[in-house]
Design a protein around this ligand. Structure first.
Ligand code: AKG
Ligand code: FE2
Length: 323
């Protein structure tokens, strides 16, 4: 087997390795730094003041969830020193030599650690990202042996690192998806690359990075709880050839056996789910759907190649076909 590669090595190449090249329909439509102001930036200052701004803030959040399933929050009260330390340690980890990062390699199904891409088995195209993941809750499932010990003092949840890419127009840092959980809090640096769509991928916007803000994404669980009233954010990450990019995502997932079902079904509405299911079952259905899509794509691609070879053969003069 070829030695596992990190992206440090591939980002030095002039052209993009073919395993990262996406179908034309999936490639980025909008540039990583063509920022949009469509995603609302909501200040949480005064949220605890029941007679004050609370209602106004809640109304803004509801509107954002109905519209995009994404908003950004500022004045959230999380210590800015903590945020900058978290970012600094994460960057230091990804700057370590490949062999240090690969000490935490989680390929082969280990729960937590370092990996390149993290695409599903059966998917043919890889994401242009390196990822560190670890599970913080429930506490009894914490496995500190899967948490990076270098640089010393680093404690995190999930970190995405997107190195500079030789041909960013052909690939994605993280392919289009919705997050499975209730909400995701995302801290991104100032480079830009998070994109969202609300018309099923026809048009995309790039979310404006805001210093110190968290991007809040609604996930599938949030979508089902609201009986579909709130969107599960349809998003992806693009890369570029100028800067490496870092984002830190904290996924708020319910327990594996938690019930997934609308909290309330309004009059005249039908439930988006036929029956209550567990979060594990919801996740399993999502994964098998994604795998089925990957399988169909692979088949379509293989057919395309066969057809084009057939056309080539049919248009060749007989003396070129026969040896
Ligand atoms: O890097 C980003 O901006 C997006 C990350 C993301 O969507 C994820 O980790 O699920
Ligand atoms: Fe995501």
């Amino acid at each position: 087997m070829a030695p596992a590669k990190t992206l440090d090595y591939l980002s030095q190449e002039k052209t993009l390795e073919s395993s990262f090249v996406r179908d034309e329909s999936e490639r980025p439509k909008v540039s990583y730094n063509d920022f949009s102001n469509e995603i609302p930036i909501i200040s949480l200052a005064g949220i605890d003041d029941v007679d004050g701004r609370r209602t106004e803030i809640c109304n803004k959040i509801v509107k954002a969830c109905e519209n995009w399933g994404i908003f950004q929050v500022v004045d959230h009260g999380v210590d800015s020193y903590l945020i900058s330390e978290m970012t600094r340690f994460a960057k230091m980890f990804f700057d370590l030599p490949p062999e240090e990062k690969l000490r935490f390699d989680m390929s082969g199904g280990k729960k937590g650690g370092f990996i390149v891409s993290s695409h599903l088995q059966g998917e043919s195209v890889k994401d242009w990202r390196e990822l560190v993941t670890y599970f913080s809750y429930p506490i009894k499932q914490r496995d500190y042996s899967r948490w990076p010990d270098k640089p010393e003092g680093w404690k995190e949840v999930v970190v995405n690192y997107y190195p500079k890419c030789p041909q960013p127009d052909l690939t994605l840092g993280l392919k289009r998806h919705t997050d499975p959980g209730t909400i995701t809090l995302l801290l991104q640096d100032q480079v830009g690359g998070l994109q969202a769509t609300k018309d099923n991928g026809k048009t995309w916007i790039t979310v404006q990075p805001v210093e110190g803000a968290f991007v809040v994404n609604l996930g599938d669980h949030g979508h089902y709880l609201s009986n579909g009233r709130f969107k599960n954010a349809d998003h992806q990450a693009v890369v570029n050839s100028n800067y490496s990019r870092l984002s830190i995502a904290t996924f708020q997932n319910p327990a594996p056996d938690a019930t997934v079902y609308p909290l309330k079904i309004r009059e005249g509405e039908k439930s988006v789910l036929e029956e209550p299911i567990t979060f594990t079952e919801m996740y399993r259905r999502k994964m098998s759907k994604d795998l089925e899509i990957a399988r169909m794509k692979k088949l379509a691609k293989e057919k395309e190649i066969r057809d084009s070879e057939k056309v080539k053969l049919e248009t060749k003069p007989l003396n070129e076909i026969l040896a």
